[in-house]
Design a protein around this ligand. Structure first.
Ligand SMILES: Cc1ncc(COP(=O)(O)O)c(C=O)c1O
Length: 480
């Protein structure tokens, strides 16, 4: 073969086929027995050192690279596929979703636009999700990396609604007055970040106690001060405790005052899958924009989030741009207008929709909803055991899937409560038994268990309880 004919394809496809089959077998073996292993394993120094090597200018054969992958990468995953992962808010994923990722990798689609199956899959998924949340049939949406980006997009459309066309041309200086937004105390940090990135500044976010009267008063005061209230962000499932704002009351206020209503339902949005829990989200169907994750409690493998926007035309006009080489034809590969790039900042976009499509198709909405219900019941059970315990006490009520609690400091002990709880979290993680995380409530550190894990069983919670009891005893005795 002359250099002019060379490609990156293998010379021997049968060898790649054999290695691929072996790798897939190993991956399925590992995932099907994940609960028998450690919940988290730190990356050893020698592995870190290898992962800091500079890029090689020469090729390395695939068997060697796959051996390195098995040795240095596979054993040190985040841990969220394990049944005793309870940290932060991480979804578990599914094997079907992982297979979809493999297919997406083979297809190598660019879903920014053009006319091909992946575009239709994403449109179908967006329609399914819009229907699920009670959004109108002509609403728009986009799959993104997660709720943080979905929130930037939702709030960009909200900003555009304050002065359509003007802000795109002239920046925020073209707004009728300085724009301000409102969110409850439990709002996620990504809301503030979005406002910063949109040029409005972090101070444009007003924190309001979860009280509709306080919100209305603040809006009136800001208007009197010459500011331009433009948006209220409701939280459906706060990251610390799972608290849900009164979305119906917020929607009422927004329609009374002509404000944009954005909802952050990053993980709480999954309650929509359960007939029993769905009423807690009442009012979400009135949002102007909704940001939520598929990679959290809906168990699509990372990363997959979604933004839905009620007014598709405003959504499109916030992002669509001059075309030139992107001009659309009525037939051929360049057809299929509007393209997804018209609804967000990205032109090149991967085939995220496939893993969402496969997850929703293979499990169905009801089974995914049953997992959400199961996790809430598990959290209630765990909270009950903590309440009955002499070694621990609850730090906040458990209303959903999150249990926040603290270890008791024995009378007369000099140990600091924050130090004790932090040490429990770190030791149980380092031992690979389970992964809780932490949160601060009323200025004090607590152990936080967020169960968004379809693999968790009652037995896993019992193992977790026995381990924290034992570790607390060790630390208390060690400090005596
Ligand atoms: C309530 C809430 N909003 C936003 C986010 C950010 O979501 P993502 O990590 O998908 O960007 C999270 C993440 O945990 C969250 O819990």
């Amino acid at each position: 073969m002359t250099p002019h004919d060379s490609t990156l394809d293998p010379e021997d496809w049968s060898e790649v086929r054999r290695l691929g089959h072996e790798l897939l077998d190993d991956l399925i073996d590992q995932l099907s027995t994940v609960g028998e292993g450690r919940a988290w394993t730190p990356v050893p120094p020698e592995v870190r050192a290898r992962l800091e090597q500079p890029a090689a200018s020469f090729p390395t054969d695939l068997p060697t690279v796959l051996d390195e992958l098995r040795r240095d990468i596979l054993p040190y995953a985040t841990g969220n596929t394990h049944p005793r992962w309870f940290g932060w808010v991480h979804g578990t994923g599914t094997v079907e979703g992982a297979l979809a990722e493999l297919v997406a990798g083979f297809m190598n689609c660019n879903v920014g636009g053009r006319d091909h199956a992946a575009v239709h899959v994403e449109r179908q998924v967006i329609r399914w999700l819009a229907d699920l949340f009670g959004f109108p049939a002509d609403s728009s949406g986009l799959l993104v990396s997660g709720t943080s980006v979905a929130t930037i997009i939702g709030l960009a459309v909200a900003r555009e609604s304050a002065a359509p066309g003007e802000i795109r041309r002239g920046g925020v200086a073209a707004a009728p007055a300085p724009l301000v937004a409102y969110a409850s105390d439990g709002a996620h940090v990504s809301v503030r970040k979005a406002l910063e990135l949109l040029g409005l500044g972090g101070d444009s976010l007003r924190r309001v106690p979860a009280n509709p009267h306080a919100l209305e008063k603040m809006i009136a005061t800001d208007r009197e001060a010459g500011l331009h209230p433009f948006c209220v962000v409701g939280t459906a499932g706060s990251v610390t405790t799972g608290a849900i704002d009164d979305l119906g009351a917020l929607a009422d206020i927004c329609s009374r005052h002509g404000l944009w209503f954005h909802v952050d339902a990053a993980f709480g949005g999954a309650l929509i899958l359960s007939e029993r829990l769905r009423p807690r989200l009442a009012g979400i169907e009135r949002a102007d924009s909704l940001a939520f994750d598929l990679h959290k409690w809906m168990h699509v493998p990372y990363d997959a989030g979604c933004v839905l926007v009620r007014d598709a035309e405003l959504h499109r006009s916030t992002f669509s741009a001059d075309r030139n080489y992107l001009s659309r034809f009525e037939r051929g590969a360049g057809a299929g207008h509007p393209w997804f790039t018209d609804f967000g900042p990205e032109l090149s976009r991967g085939f995220r929709a496939l893993k969402v499509w496969v997850t929703l198709r293979t499990h169905g909405l009801d089974r995914l909803g049953a997992m959400v219900e199961k996790n809430c019941e598990q959290a209630t059970w765990l909270a009950g055991r903590i309440k009955d315990s002499e070694s621990f006490h609850l730090a906040a009520p458990t209303s959903l899937n999150i249990v926040c609690f603290q270890a008791e400091v024995p009378a007369g002990s000099r140990i600091d409560s924050d130090d004790l709880n932090r040490e429990i979290v770190m030791r149980i993680q380092e031992r690979g038994i389970a992964v809780p995380s932490s949160a601060e409530i009323d200025g004090r550190l607590c152990i936080r268990v967020a169960i968004t894990n379809h693999r968790t069983r009652r037995e896993d919670l019992k193992i977790f309880l026995a381990a924290i009891e034992e570790i607390r005893r060790e630390i208390v005795e060690g400090s005596a």
